[in-house]
Design a protein. Sequence first.
Length: 133
Amino acid sequence: AIKELWKHDYLGFAATSKHEALAALEARQYDKAWKLFHEQKLHYLKHASRSHFTRLQTLALDASVSEDLANVLRLEGKHKTALVHALYWVAASPRRTKTQDRKLSAYFNRAKNRFGGSPHCARSTPPSHPAST
């Protein structure tokens, strides 16, 4: 019975994947980190399915990994794509935090500076979260 429980410890598997991904990131092994963060997402989705999460709960859990994916892309200099992941992370979050605001603004500015002007967006500042208006 215990072996059966361990077989479905998706949160434990997700934590291990994240830990290994962060170690890979520190070693500048970006492809390996990317793969491991996606494994973390897969384990999160399996946990959400097994635990009968709602669609919004599943979305928030899945999107939480996008903060780390955005960081990988930032380190690789892929600022426009990093911004997309940061937007997904913030948009799917049940509550917007000051940390998210700061990071989103930084990602927006990097994308804007990298490509000159607005990153294919009509606004010069990040959009406000629907829950904060």
